[in-house]
Ligand binder design. Sequence first.
Ligand SMILES: [Zn+2]
Length: 233
Amino acid sequence: MSHPEIPQHLVIFGRPGCGKSSLAERLGSEFGYTLIRTGEMLREAIRRQDFLGKRVEIHLAKGELVPDPLIFELLELNLKSPGTAHLLFDGFPRTMGQVPLLEQFEKRLDFRIDCYLEIEVSRAEAVARMTGRRVCPKCGTTYHLIARPPKVAETCDLDGTPLERRKDDKKEVVEFRQQVYDDNALPILQYYEARYPGLCRKVNGEQPFEAVYSETRRALGVTDGADQGTAKR
Ligand SMILES: [Zn+2]
């Protein structure tokens, strides 16, 4: 990593729809973090339809949290190979019960989280964003009715397939997931703020993506002066 001054092991928080996945991807490609994304791992397990995947699917389809022991199994599977030099956790820990699981991984794999980053977006804004998301069931390309609309309504630009909502983007599921976030993530953030106030950072997520990214880089202490986020515009 060419930026030794910035956090090496980071957890990113934010309610569903806050845009943290795109931020995590961008941070990963700019700074070389290995992304540890439980959401992706869960969807992949479902695609495989193995024993773990089938158990996971039942919970996700209802918008419920996947129970901690299943998350632990999943991380065990995925944390072995990538090495632990620069990790970015996206979607974990998601419950207070997972906080000690992360501490266990820190001890066992010998790394320390040195930044807890929260992307702040209001619940109403998050709901509006999520109910506009569409995905192509054939090629997996994602769209958004407002932020990234397809050229022809409800149709994939690449292969003409009718777009779908992800199962967990239905209105009532979206509202339920927001409630689940409020109930579970807020206590985690309070816990880390009380315990490691110097490691917690907040970024305003209710801005255009490039502005959120720039603010995130500043929050991480990137000192190269050039504001790459907005320079590209
Ligand atoms: Zn497609």
